[in-house]
Design a binder for this molecule. Sequence first.
Ligand SMILES: [Ca+2]
Length: 440
Amino acid sequence: MKPASFCWLSSAVLAAYGVLVVANNETEEIKDETARDACPLRLESRGKCEEGGECPYQVSLPPLTIQLPRQLGRIEEVFKEVQNLKEMVNSLKKSCQDCKLQADDSRDPGRNGQLSPSPGSLGEADDNRVRELESEVNKLSSDLKNAKEEIDLLQGRLEKLNLVNMNNIENYVDSKVANLTSVVNSLDGKCSSKCPIQEQIQSRPVQHLIYKDCSDYYTIGKRSSEIYRVTPDPKNSSFEVFCDMETTGGGWTVLQARLDGSTNFTRTWQDYKVGFGNLRREFWLGNDKIHLLTKSKEMILRIDLEDFNGVKLYALYDQFYVANEFLRYRLHIGNYNGTAGDALHFSKHYNHDLKFFTTPDRDNDRYPSGNCGLYYSSGWWFDACLSANLNGKYYHQKYRGVRNGIFWGTWPGISEAQPGGYKSSFKEAKMMIRPKHFKP
Ligand SMILES: [Ca+2]
């Protein structure tokens, strides 16, 4: 193992120890902030982990002190001993050499004539001593080798221990990350089901607002005169209407419109029942629909008229109700107000209030000798027969003959027309309703 990695792993052992210390002394550390700062191990995130890349967690480890095993202490002693022995051997070798030289000198009789001790007996003793010493050195050397092996073994164990502890740290971090992920996921799960905003969205009742008429659209902020879908009676299907959002505050549901003669109003009972024409141009909404609209709320009726002289007048009735088909779409109108005159309550003999609906093919009028609808080419609440008829023929100018055009009996100057003379026609006519209690 390389020294650097050994050192790193050794540090990791202490780091793992540090983690445990932190865990055990958590309470104390909370009390003592300084102690907390002095925590030997610090694990910091350096940003987001990239998949496949290295996770930028940084582990800061404290300075390292290792207690080496006792055997290592002996090595020093052994070294000292070996050193001493070497010195001894060297000194002995030296003294031996000196002895040899002395022996040589004594063996040479010609030199000093002195009797020297036998070199053989002296040399043997020295050799024995050297062999003993050599044997001791070998033994020590062997011990040293054993000690080294033991050190290697211990180092290996230490490395293993370090790895185990490093694994512990990794496991610890992994478990913490797993816990955090679990917490985040659970929060996320709670958020998707119980977050206030989500809750609001989910608990908010699905508002199937029933728009009974144009005033309901006006109330929710619709301001453009357009076609809208209304459901005046939930038991019946909805249908489209044209809404006048401009005239006197808007919110008007248009029942009838004449403006250019593009639609033929000489129609059958069935046509008047279901309605006909073009909602954006000329049309009759239909008696069934008018019945439902006027039944759903207390309605007022507004009639706008314009002649070919550019005179624009209106009539307002504070009540307007049309009965169902079984009751032959009987008309109920309230009090008049306006500028065009009360042509629907023209006189005792010409009063359209409480009259049934008549068409050329269905005579419900009060004229015993014939069908007012057929005679005047219209579907209307004829009396016997009329002081008003907004469904008459559309004439683009004054006309002569039967007064079967659009007619409003109280229009200025209209009564001055002589029998057989020219009759006034209308450029535009419009009938529309709005709830009586509607506040623009
Ligand atoms: Ca009749």
